[in-house]
Ligand binder design. Structure first.
Ligand SMILES: NC(=O)c1ccc[n+]([C@@H]2O[C@H](COP(=O)([O-])OP(=O)(O)OC[C@H]3O[C@@H](n4cnc5c(N)ncnc54)[C@H](O)[C@@H]3O)[C@@H](O)[C@H]2O)c1
Length: 448
């Protein structure tokens, strides 16, 4: 199959490289000439484990190429994927679809013969109808089928997720496209990954429903963590206690600083807007969004409380900035709000992230950047572990203590055990793990 990928970011580049690895001939297109130039020079514009090798191998084999020139790439293609960004629209939080619509018009002008156009970008229900309308309006002679094929990969494990997905969702209205999509995904289909065919609108909804559900699960355990802190419980044990129930499942039950990243914040918000527009308010998701928004800054206040109520003039070291480990993605990372809250309170901040420093410098200013964890700890009154990169999981406590000025350690990912940290001499603060049971719970109501 000849596949063209419009947009060569986190999703387009990974999908393109994986499709090439399946044996398809893939052209990745991007408007960003710098990105394409870098790819021509063998450089990967993002950090994603394993992607450099996959791109190099498939480029060498002649199955993967890169261009800024959309028209010839589309003319030659059996299938064109749209994998451009769909950020939150400034002002109202709806998904901003301008890149999708502009790609649809460009594709329409260039397509030759029957071409399946597949939206891989996360788009609100009904977008496929609009993409089809734009294509036919731009090029009334176009022979096309517009398909929805939402992507579920996770940054940091994107290749594994793409090659071994839990399921592949394909939403279509035209039977001709079904055969083409089966051919595109044949290698995975043979490996038994369920290929779930639905209507186009249903496929669009599945993506938002999935992300909203996961965001809700995270937010649930985060609120449970707050309760644990107040009443003397351990949220990790609560999570394990409920997660072992197969109906609930153990994943996405790690209490922390709130969800962030390039997907959950914008997708939950977009779903809320869609629900409101259609008079089917998604109240659980509305609350999830509101709770998560306040949580990130609240984590700043948690650090301030751990430092005795004031951080003015104190030195705080931040370990990890990206929204999760194994990515350089800083979009909507909780670290942004946490650092801002601490800066507002007068703290002097030094931060380090293994892969996210370049992206972080573009969104966080007024702080210093260190060379590693120990550099960040140098002279610090308090260390805050924000992103659980592996290299922060086995810190040398003795070395930290020799360079630190204070002993406060705020572990927003519950990487460490309280007793280990206290034994090592730290004033340890985790999330949802109370120091000792609170004695003064009034049980009188419960007895009635
Ligand atoms: N990042 C993830 O983990 C993830 C996972 C699942 C789904 N998604 C969804 O996939 C979509 C893409 O996300 P991303 O993280 O890859 O975004 P991204 O910003 O990394 O990449 C988008 C790319 O599209 C390019 N582009 C924009 N308009 C173009 C056009 N008309 N022609 C050619 N190129 C164009 C941009 O230059 C950019 O390089 C979004 O809808 C997102 O919600 C993302």
């Amino acid at each position: 199959m000849h596949i063209t990928m419009i947009g060569s970011g986190y999703v387009g580049l990974v999908s393109g490289a994986c499709f090439a690895d399946f044996g398809h001939t893939v052209t990745c297109v991007d408007l960003n000439a710098e990105k394409i130039e870098a790819l021509h020079n063998g450089e990967i514009p993002i950090y994603e484990p394993g992607l450099d090798l996959l791109v190099a191998e498939n480029t060498r084999a002649g199955r993967l190429s890169f261009t800024t020139d959309l028209a010839p790439a589309v003319a030659d293609a059996d299938v064109v994927f749209i994998a451009v960004g769909t950020p939150s629209r400034r002002g109202d939080g709806h998904a901003d679809l301008r890149y999708v619509y502009s790609a649809a018009a460009d594709i329409a002008r260039a397509m030759k013969g029957f071409t399946v156009v597949v939206t891989k970008s996360t788009v609100p229900v009904g977008t496929g109808d609009e993409v089809e309308r734009i294509i036919l309006e731009t090029n009334p002679a176009a022979d096309t089928a517009v398909v929805s094929n939402p992507e579920f990969l996770r940054e940091g494990a994107a290749i594994e997720d793409f090659k071994r997905p839990d399921r592949i969702v394909v939403g279509l209205e035209d039977a001709r496209a079904r055969q083409v999509m089966e051919e595109v995904y044949r290698p995975l289909y043979l490996n038994q990954a369920p290929l779930l065919f639905t209507s186009r609108r249903t496929a669009e909804l599945i993506k938002y429903a999935g992300n909203a559900f996961l965001a809700m699960k995270i937010t649930f355990i985060n609120e449970m963590a707050d309760l644990c802190e107040k009443v003397g419980g351990d949220v990790q044990e609560v999570a394990r206690g409920i997660g072992l129930d197969n109906r609930i499942g153990a994943k996405f039950l790690n209490a922390g600083p709130g969800y962030g990243g390039s997907c959950f914040p914008k997708d939950t918000l977009a779903l809320v807007k869609t629900g409101q527009d259609h008079e089917a308010p998604q109240r659980l998701v509305e609350t999830t969004v509101a709770v998560n928004d306040t949580r990130k800054r609240a984590m700043g206040r948690k650090v301030i409380a751990a430092c005795g109520g004031s951080v003015r003039g104190k030195r705080i070291g931040i370990l990890g900035l990206t929204f999760k480990p194994n990515t350089d993605d800083m979009r909507d990372a909780p670290s942004i709000a946490i650092v801002q809250a601490l800066k507002d309170a007068g703290a002097v901040i030094t931060a380090f992230d293994p892969e996210g420093m370049k992206a972080a410098r573009e969104v966080i200013d007024g702080i210093e950047y260190g060379a590693d964890a120990y550099d960040v700890a140098d002279n610090a009154d308090c260390l805050v572990l924000v992103t659980e990169w592996n290299q922060f999981r086995s810190l040398d406590f003795e070395r930290l203590k020799t360079v630190m000025n204070g002993r406060v350690f705020v572990d927003l990912r519950n990487v460490y055990g309280r007793s280990d940290m206290e034994r090592a001499g730290f004033d340890y603060h985790g999330v949802g793990r109370a120091a000792s049971p609170v004695q003064d719970i009034d049980m009188s109501d419960a007895a009635e």
